[in-house]
Write a protein that binds this ligand. Structure first.
Ligand code: HMG
Ligand code: MG
Length: 298
């Protein structure tokens, strides 16, 4: 059967905004985060402590966390390396996420180092974060297909994912960075992790909707027993280092499906739709989410 309750891990302020060309004012980012929390989203990933030249949109990470104050200390942030961790520690943040690649090419493009070198970069980050009492999530990107390498074998993803978990991460988020995955592939990937001793309780799924499969994939993952899903308000998002990546699974689309299935999520759909509609105004572009389009102004 399907799980009774699901945790939605909101990535709109980070994955959603990181690809936007025009810099969104930091006050608008803070309001975005606050409104998502107020809508009942239990986890809102706020920003990234990456190199500001690599992701100019998130160069204001410290300023944003300063504006959020106490509300921000429990929100996860991306940190690729020790410099990123130091910046997060200086602000007293409690949850960080590292982000590895399942493929050589994307490791080079996104992290400026090879597949093996990425673990060497992450090892001291995770060790020091755990020593400081922080919680560490790990992402693995290109879990289904890669724009340069094509279909990515399940074994290759399991190898990368288990190496990140072995460093000490508590949760592994499996990213379909370019949105090419399909339901059967989701089932095979989850089975691959289970065969390697990684249960669904340690896995999250991170879908992008490039081929319109994100919701079907989420349903397939639910049937496998996955209970944590990454989603982005309004379906914003994409990775600047993977040109074929488009928006994430929209939080509203996911919430609509979960409600229909009678699965508890704790999120106020109307409040998320209002937030995404407001953010679409800030960005000057309508939301790509079908549910937002159907409900906005309804
Ligand atoms: P690098 O150039 O190899 O870094 O970049 P470096 O270690 O050689 O350092 C060079 C300089 O950068 C040094 O300064 C460092 O201090 C500075 P200098 O001594 O020359 O003056 N530096 C930093 N400054 C601020 N914050 C830092 C930092 N690190 C170094 N953290 C690096 C390597 C990893 C930093 C770079 O490649 C980078 O920032 N990459 C981030 C790319 C990114 O954010 N991509 C999007 C997120 S991933 C994603 O979206 C996928 C996901 O959603 C899941 C999915 O969909 O699959 C998670
Ligand atoms: Mg992503």
């Amino acid at each position: 059967g399907l799980p009774e309750r699901v945790t939605i891990y909101e990535v709109g302020p980070r994955d959603g905004l990181q690809n936007e060309q025009a810099v969104v004012p930091v006050e608008a980012k803070a309001e975005f985060v606050r409104r998502l929390l107020a809508a009942g989203l239990p986890v809102v990933e706020a920003t990234s402590f990456v190199h500001p030249r690599w992701v100019p949109q998130l160069a204001d990470a410290a300023e944003l966390m300063g504006l959020l104050g106490d509300e921000g200390v429990d929100l996860p942030v991306l940190v690729p390396n020790e410099r990123g961790l130091d910046r997060a520690l200086e602000l007293g943040l409690r949850h960080v996420a590292i982000f590895g690649s399942a493929t050589e090419t994307f490791a080079q493009k996104n992290l400026n180092r090879g597949l093996d070198e990425q673990y060497a970069m992450f090892e001291p980050v995770v060790r020091r974060a755990l020593d400081a009492g922080l919680d560490v999530r790990a992402y693995v990107s290109m879990c289904f297909g890669d724009p340069w390498e094509g279909t990515v074998p399940v074994d290759q993803v399991v190898t990368a994912g288990t190496r990140l978990l072995d460093l000490g991460a508590t949760q592994l988020s499996l990213g379909d960075t370019i949105g090419v995955g399909t339901a059967g592939h989701v089932k095979a990937l989850v089975a691959g992790f289970e065969a390697a001793g990684v249960g669904t309780d340690r896995l999250a799924m991170h879908f992008h909707d490039t081929y319109g499969q994100a919701l079907a994939n989420a349903h397939a993952a639910l049937r496998c027993g996955i209970t944590t899903f990454d989603a982005s308000a309004g379906g914003l998002g994409g990775c600047p280092y993977a040109k074929s990546a488009t928006g994430n699974l929209a939080t509203e689309d996911l919430v609509w499906m979960l409600t229909g299935l009678g699965i508890e999520h704790g999120v106020d759909l109307g409040a998320v739709v209002e937030t995404s509609t407001w953010m679409a105004g800030v960005l000057g572009r309508p939301s790509p989410s079908a549910v937002v389009r159907a409900l906005a102004g309804a």
